[in-house]
Design a binder for this molecule. Structure first.
Ligand SMILES: O=P(O)(O)OC[C@H]1O[C@H](OP(=O)(O)OP(=O)(O)O)[C@H](O)[C@@H]1O
Ligand SMILES: Nc1ncnc2[nH]cnc12
Length: 182
């Protein structure tokens, strides 16, 4: 078990800042060095699986694409099912869709309607919370599918973009846990 300060320092040290990517003015938080470090990746998934347990989640939703990389091992580690929320047009079955804006551009996400129901308490996992548009759309999808939101867990929150405040109504009291805030 890694203590909180050690975990924060380890994770922070493995995130690379890339200026002006994917467009001028954006400081991109690149998690690929963290993924390449087995100790850091293991500590991250352990911390997020703890969040899933504390939230009483029954399923983990991961948000394409980086939320898949984190959410899938978290689900396995927590002993929970994993549900992919994908960009529009990628899921073959009957879907629910939701459009949203993000820090750069706009997008639409979908979930298989049959994957979530009234018996589910869902933890959403992603790498970065920026404006909150992606997470907000995912919480709307979960509610529209009839499931309960257990919480949202992210590796990193970009506090200056105000995502936490934007998400308050959609979270409706469910916890938002960010392992790092910048
Ligand atoms: O809080 P927001 O402003 O919505 O931004 C956060 C989202 O943006 C990034 O995903 P992106 O859509 O770039 O897709 P990717 O994971 O496929 O790179 C990131 O992984 C989050 O999902
Ligand atoms: N600045 C950023 N870095 C990494 N992922 C992001 N998603 C939205 N904004 C981002």
């Amino acid at each position: 078990m890694t203590d909180h300060a050690d975990l924060s320092a380890l994770l922070q040290s493995r995130i690379r800042d890339v200026a002006d990517y994917p467009e001028p003015g954006v400081m991109f938080k690149d998690i690929t060095p963290l993924l390449a470090d087995p100790k850091a990746f293991d500590a991250l998934t352990e911390a997020l699986a703890d969040v899933a347990h504390r939230a009483g989640a029954t399923k983990v939703v991961g948000l394409e694409a980086r939320g898949f990389i984190l959410g899938a091992p978290v689900a396995v580690r927590a002993g929970l099912g994993f549900i992919p929320v994908r960009k529009a047009g990628k899921l073959p079955g009957a879907t629910l869709s939701q459009s949203y804006d993000l820090e750069y551009g706009s997008a639409e996400i979908e979930v298989h309607a049959e994957d979530l129901g009234a018996e589910d308490r869902v933890l959403v996992v992603d790498d970065v919370l920026a404006t909150g548009g992606t997470a907000e759309a995912s919480l709307q999808l979960i509610r529209r599918a009839g499931a309960e939101v257990a919480g949202l867990a992210v590796l990193m929150e970009l506090g200056f973009l105000g995502g936490r405040a934007r998400l308050e109504p959609a979270l409706a009291g469910a916890p938002l846990e960010a392992l790092l805030t910048v």
